[in-house]
Write a protein that binds this ligand. Structure first.
Ligand code: 5GP
Length: 115
């Protein structure tokens, strides 16, 4: 059996995380190396490796991740000031953990384009 990645271990409660939201489809927790005052990761409980490996039939789940990020932004108090949602897919994007995750970043002004 392949080694679980760190996010699967967080889902399975084998590694601690500061969880801010959980439901039957997803988990949201604070990033361990925050890049903004609010930096939360929203992940599916299903083991989707990255967005380009999402399958037909998972559209509803993908939409749920975005809607959850939006709700967490509201509960974190950054909905009005603004926030950024990021999905890193593959090496050039800097993807480090092979379990789909939506970064929710906010609480400070951000630059565009990203570096
Ligand atoms: P990626 O570069 O794959 O898009 O983002 C992975 C994110 O996971 C990084 O922002 C990194 O700080 C975060 N991360 C890695 N390991 C852990 C961990 O053990 N706990 C938490 N909460 N976040 C982690």
């Amino acid at each position: 059996m392949p080694e679980k990645n760190i996010f699967q271990k967080i889902i399975d409660r084998e590694v601690p995380a500061t969880i801010v939201h959980e439901d039957d489809q997803c988990l949201a927790f604070r990033d361990i190396v925050p890049q903004a005052p609010v930096h939360i990761l929203v992940i599916p409980k299903q083991p989707i490796v990255r967005i380009d490996q999402a399958a037909a039939g998972q559209e509803s789940l993908l939409g749920h991740l975005l809607m959850t990020a939006s709700k967490v932004a509201q509960s974190e108090g950054i909905a009005e000031s603004g926030y950024r949602l990021v999905i890193n897919n593959g090496p050039d994007a800097g993807e480090a953990v092979p379990h789909l995750h939506v970064h929710l970043l906010g609480g400070r002004p951000m630059q565009w384009p990203p570096g």
